[in-house]
Structures are given as structure tokens and as C-alpha cells.
Design a protein around this ligand. Sequence first.
Ligand code: SF4
Length: 996
Amino acid sequence: MLVTEHTVPGEVQNGFANAGAIPEQRWAFHQQITARNMMPPKVETSAPIGDEVKTTTCYMCACRCGIKVHLRDGQVRYIEGNRDHPVNKGVLCGKGSAGIMQHYSPARLSAPLLRSGPRGSGEFKEITWDEALKLATKWLGDVRDTDPKKLAFFTGRDQSQSLTGWWAIQYGTPNYAAHGGFCSVNMAAAGLYTFGGAFWEFGDPDWEHTRYFMLFGVAEDHASNPIKMGISKLKKRGAKFVSVNPVRTGYNAIADEWVGIKPGTDGLFVGSLIHELIRTQNIDIDYQVRYTNAGWLVIQNKGESDDGLFARDKEGNPLAYDKNKKKLVNALLPDITPALSGEFKLSKGRKAAPALQLLVERFASQEYAPDTVSEETGVPAQDIQRIAAELAHAAFKEEVVLDIPWTDWAGRRHEKMIGRPVSMHAMRGISAHSNGFHTCRMIHILQILLGSIDCPGGFRYKPPYPKQTPPYLRPFGKLDDVIPREPLGGPHLGFPMGPEDLLIDNKNQPQRIDKAFSWDAPLAAHGMMHMVIANAAKCDPYPIDVLFLYMANMGWNSSMNVESTLEHLTAKDDKTGEYKIPKIIYSDAYYSETVPYADLILPDTTYLERWDCISLLDRPISEADGPGDSIRQPVIEPDRDVRPFQEVLIDLGARLHLPGFINKDGSAKYPGGYPDYMVNHERKPGLGPLAGWRGKDGVSFGTGEPNPKQLEKYIENGCFWFHELEPNQKYFKHANKDYIKFAIDMGFRFQPTRVVFQLYLETLQKFKLAADGHGDIVPPAKHRKRLKTYFDPLPFWYPPFESAILGNEDFPLHAITQRPMHMYHSWGSQNAWLRQITSQNRLYMSRERAKTLGIKDDDWIWISSQIGRVRAQVRTMEGVNGDTVWTWNAIGKRKGAWSLDEEAPENTKGFLLNHLIAELLPEQGGGYRYSNSDPVTGQAAWYDLRVKIEKAGIAESEETFPIFEPVRSPLKTDLPDVLRFGAQFKGADTKVGTKA
Ligand code: SF4
């Protein structure tokens, strides 16, 4: 019998019933049967593995991929990527799959806790939510009634900053920020001030068209699936991929060319590429005229209060010299022909030069010549020259032309979109240095000079970017903004345009506890979370009463020195014996190293148990082709007495009677918690946290009335919303009339003006002039030298502070960290599946360098910095700059935390470089000690670290040092020897819904 599972018995019988038909019919039938018999047996490749599938958004790193969670019997069975999702298109990484073990982690907190022993002891008693919320309301309410700035509210890598920031505004404290101050503010601020966008969540390379891609100092965990997918596209098309990184791992290992640069010298390398492009005249001059301030005239009036500012007309418009009209004109007008070089006369005998000329003078100098920078960067001069030539070739000889007509900001129609297919991407390796702001600005200027911003093949903005340059937003939190029981006048974080926007009092004292937006760090656009605990413990600039932290393991694995941080958290007043930070409230899902140092613990859920909103008001999931946002929905019910932090914050908002969280009658405005807020909150009329399916009938997007069925629509659509731009809106968004109109309709932009790229950044010059004593607001003497040096309106390179101060002799090696691709912050290294990939980090160093020190694989060594030493085990390798050592971050753990066995490798052999990183720089003039940060933005400079290495003695312990006393754990988990998951499903694979 020829029946297979693919044949249909009825058809076969019918066929034989026709056996007497005419020969052609019989032959056709024979062919049909033969074909069927040759088909392979059907294999079920996607047998149902659960009884329910729910979509949501991954939170195992910051990429926000769409996932499908398969559930069986109310448990998570399997996680797969959502193929329809714009971010990952079905791709799921190892972290994403291992979300199961994150969810079922034995380190999960299970009930609210109140500290019962000394801070750090880990002694807690369980309390009810009612008790916890009453206590938090009392602590927070007392502060709000008297002096709201005595609350410092800071959050880590959460994805709900549009809610947390809004809550802090309603509360009225100036002391709010998230973790950007030690992560990436240099990238964000340099980009936003220069061209209204930035790398990472703000923009992407044009993976479809780029011909030459340069990747600088990326943290591998950050741009995870999207960058992997992008690089695979480049590889398929044969585009060149150059990585600039002291370490050749991860993405760098598959680059076509690896530039093993010395840490902190990227600015010198990029400056040298600019030097070469200028020398060989490979600058897109038309692009500079159309889109930048190249032709704006800069006043040259040494020693006077207008020196270095733009020459302006009576209306305040910048001036240019029009070569055709032979006169000064408003530089913002279309169709002018600005001079880009020369000297021009202004009124009162003053002179001026075009911005581009000043830029060219800076980078054409020998200071940036390849031969000059080669030794400092470790990059041979001929390689710099060749890479510059390759960039120029890709940009100008391989231009991409798309047959898409578009209209520019001035209404001029262009028949085609012409692109320079060079793209770049950078992240923490650039950002976490004390010269990171200027280095990042140099990378953007390199892109701009090549004409490769938001063009086919170049860097592409992700909506809602680009913003105006500098963005319109100014920080709130001046003295008269902070009033008991009143909200703050506006958002905490913004972009100062000059000294008048600083948050200082009339004695120049910082208004924020982290000293952001003060003379210490004027453009601290993300705040300075790394300084909050230290400053609060020193009551500098003032004491606080409550420190409220969310999802930030500040006591262990941030950018900060661990020992000092723990000292600050436990510091007591000599007279009263009370803690200097009197009350600490902390919310986290896990028993991290920071939990034992808090007084009141509000246990959070895992990401699979809650609603979340990845909003266009914060950091959405937009792609370069269009805006998008997404949600998380609870796919599983919590089995512990925990609550999502966002729900708790909304509840506290109502209990504290914060405006925005209560109705006129005092009742809670969002009784349905976070989902209620996500749907019904309006930041402005019609503008809410979610952009999709707005309006009563759910047919609008961007703006529109709240739609009661909005969350249902998101869930139906896989928990995301995405709008693809029209082809004529997709490029040149900074100057594209149709895109700008769309951006205004969406509430992204306020004015129909183009974004003008700032080659020359006047904002910095205003601070420099203030340091020279000009203007009403001038810095105290102790800050002047620093401001004069680093507030240069043109980017420049200077050695990272630690190298400049210590030199190379005592501490000859740079020490940096990378986060493993398979882990994210400290969450991943407690994950039973991910720990199997890495449970002990080593200090990686060059094989050759190790040989000169008599060090070989597995040796135990001492790593010493100016402030301490750490014992670790070595692994030698080839792909690392010879002057650099590095390790995986976040592997070392403290005994007692994270529910790991006390003898787990993470506790005994894993280590952190944090023990070596100084919180403050050595004394500067006048004895003042600045934070170890970038002087412009306040970004923590934890990649500046310099160390020396010595072999540990044979008799010394084969354990890491320092090992801190174990913390006691309040968790009542009965830990098995081996943590397993999934055995309960075995044998049940084909019987959906039945237990194993
Ligand atoms: S890249 Fe990040 S968000 Fe995407 S699946 Fe992996 S862990 Fe999840």
C-alpha cells in the first residue's frame, strides 16, 4: 500500500476507481502518486511545547527585543524571539533565552523587608506591604513637607524613566537622575549638542547601504542583537568593517581590520583621520554649507566678552559672509553662498572667521599628524593614512544614490537621495574616559565632514531624533524651583546653553546633591549618579534625609570604588551616632550586594511578571525607518509577596498627594496602577506614554485621546507599535520638510526649522568666557583654570586624567572592563545557565607583555592602582593592546548575596576592578578634589584606570583579594546543590497541557 501520512486515503481510492479512464488521465494520476511517494515523511519541527504563548519584551539587556514566552501549566517553558518585531525580527540571544533562569532565580526577594541589624549585616525582618508603604510615605512625606531636596531619587538601568522622572518632578526634589552619568552621558551629550542625535538608542548605521563601518569601543552587551544582525548584513555585502578597540573580542574579533588602540587615545586617532581628510581635501563642502554652521562667523576679539561667540544680527541670527552678495547675511537663510575661509570685518573694528576655518586650523596642525599621534595611540602612521583614504574612497567614490525625490527644509525639491556610505558606532569605551565628551564630538565631526549623517549608507537617526542643537530643554532645580509641597517647574535633566542655566546658588554652591549642572560638571545632562552616595555621606553640598534607589547595585558593581561606597553607606555622625544618610529605601527584584545596606526594601517583580512601557517619552524601540514603542505584559503571576516598582511608585504618588497622581477630590488618579497610567496619563493633551492606537476609536497614532482598549491592541500586535516612514521621509531627517512636519505632528519637534550641525559649539565658549571673568555669572577662582582648558568650542584631545596625573612609570598599564556579550550588568552572573559560560573572570593581558613580567596563564597576580590592589588569575592572549589589561565586568560577587554558594567561583575567584577606581581626582589648585569624571559632562571616568602588575607569591592564597565578609541573607530559599529547570516537562512534550 502506497499510503503515507501525506496521502489522503479518499483520494487514492478515487484514483483507483478511475483506473479505466483514458491513458493521459491515468498517466497524470500516476505522476501524482509517484510524486507523493517521493515526499519525505513530515517531521514536526515546531511541536507545541506549552499550553499558552504570550508576547512581551525581553529585559535581559537593554536592546528590548520582542519575545514569545511559551507557558506550560503556569510555568515558563521556553522563550523565543518574535519574528514580527522590528528590533530583533525573531533573533534571540543566549541572554534572552536564559530569561527563564532569571525569572526563577533563587536570589529573588519575596517580601518587603525592614532592616533590623546594622547596615550591611543583612539582618532584616519581613513586613507587610501596608507597613512598608506607610513607612515610605512617612519618610518621603516629611521631607516633601519641609525641604524636598533632601530626597535623592536615583534609578539604575530601568526602562521607565519617563515615569520615574515625572514622579520626581511632582515630588519636587531637584535630585533625580538615572545611571547615564556613569554609563554614556559623554556619548549622548556630545551627540545631542553637535548634531541632535547620538549612537545606540538614538541612531544606527544604515546597515542596508553602508560600505565602510567603524566601530569604536563598544560594550558588547549594549548593542546586542541589533548590531549582530547589522554586522551580518555588512558581511554578506562585503562592506568593510573596522573595529577600533584595545581588545579584540566579540564584534572586534570578526572585524575585517582591528585597530588595537591604547585606551583613551581614540580622540587623537580620530583627530588624525580628520587631519588626513583635510590634507587630502576630502571634505564634503556642499554638505557643510547645507547642514552645518561651517560658514557662521566667529568673533575674533581676544580678551573681550564677545571673543569666540558667533557674530549675530539684531534679531540674534548668526551671520555669514555671502560670497556672491559680498556682504554679511543671516546665516540661517537658504540659498546663500557663505565664505568658509577668510577674515571678515564686523562693526566696531572687530574681526571674524568662519567656523570651518577655525576647525581646519585646529586639525590641520602637526599636533594631529599621523606621525605625531602614532606613538601615543599605538596605531602606525601609515595605517591612519590608509584608513583615512579608505573612508574618503567609500564616501566619495562609492556614493549611494536612491531614486527617491524629497523636499528639503527650504522647500527645494531634490530628485534623488545621495549618500556617503560610511557609518560609525561607538559606546562606553569612548564614553567612560575623562576626555570622552571631546572624543565623541570628534567622531561626529568626522562623520559630518564626510557628509554621512542621515544619508543613504551613513548614520541614521531613530525618531524622535534628531532634536534641535543644542536641544531646547534646560535643567530645572534652581534654588527658587524647589519649594515644599510643590512640584518642580520642569524636568531635572537638560542641556545648559551657558552659565545662566547652571543649577547653582548665588554663592556658586551646587543645587543638586550629585553636583550635576554646577561648575564641577556644567553639561551633566544625565546627572552624576556615581557621586550621590559619596556626596550625601559627606553632606557636600548639603545633607539629605532619604536616599531612594531603584535597580542599581551601587554598593558593588557600578563604576564606583566598592570600599568607599560601603563606607559612605555606613558612615555615622560622630555626635549623634546616626547614619549620615539617615534613610535608604531600595527597590530591586534580587538580593544584590546593595540590599543589605538599605533600611527599607520594596521587592520588585521580574520582567515577566509586570507591565512596562518602553515609551517615546523615554528610550523607545524606534528604528531608523520609523518610530516605535512597546510594552511588557505580565506573562506569569508572581508567586511571592512582591509588587512591580512602577505600581509602587504610582501608589506612593497618590499616598503623598503628588499633583499628577491624584484627582481634584484627592482620590488616586490611577487606581488601576501602571497599566492605567500607561493608557490614561497625558503629558500634554493627547500625548501619552504610548503612541500607538490612540484616540477613543484607536485609529490615531502619536497624539490623540486615551484609548481604553490601547493595551489590548498592543497585545494583539505582539506588544509593540511601529510606524514606517514614507520613503521620502527616511533620510536627511535633520533637513527634510516632510519628516519635520511628521515630527511636529508626533510631538517630537516644536518648530519647522532644520537642525544645524554644530562644528563649532558656542555653548562651550560661553563657559570659557565666564572663566575669563566675563558676564554676570562667573565661576570661583578654583574652577577657572579647568573651565578655560576644557570648555573649548572646538573638540580637542587631552590625555585621560589618571594617565596625565600618574604618568607611565609607576602604573604602566591601562585597565579596562568589558561586559560579556552573554551577561548584562550584575543580573546575568547570578543566572544558572549563563554562569555556565563564565563563572570566573581572569585578568586578560598580552602574551608578549606577560612574558616580560615572567607571568604565564593561570598565575595569580596582584593588580595595583594608586588606591588599592586586587589579586586575580591571569589569562594571556594575542588580541589585546600590549599596554592594556582587561577583564569581564560584573562576574565577581560578594559572599552571601545573589543566593550563590559561598564557595562559588564568583565569590572566591571572581573579582572587580572597582576596588582600584578612585572616586575623586587628586587635589587640584586650592585643595579642591573633583570627582573622577569628565570635566564637561561629569561622566564617570572609570576607563581611565592605570595599574601595575606583579606576580603573587607562591605561598599566597589562590583566591581573589579583597574578599569581604559574607553578608547574611534574609531569603528563606532551600537551595538545591544543582539548580535545574525543565525536568518537570520531560516526557510531556507531545501531550500539551499534561504534567510530566
Ligand atoms: S539582545 Fe538583549 S533584549 Fe534582545 S534577546 Fe538578547 S538579552 Fe534580550
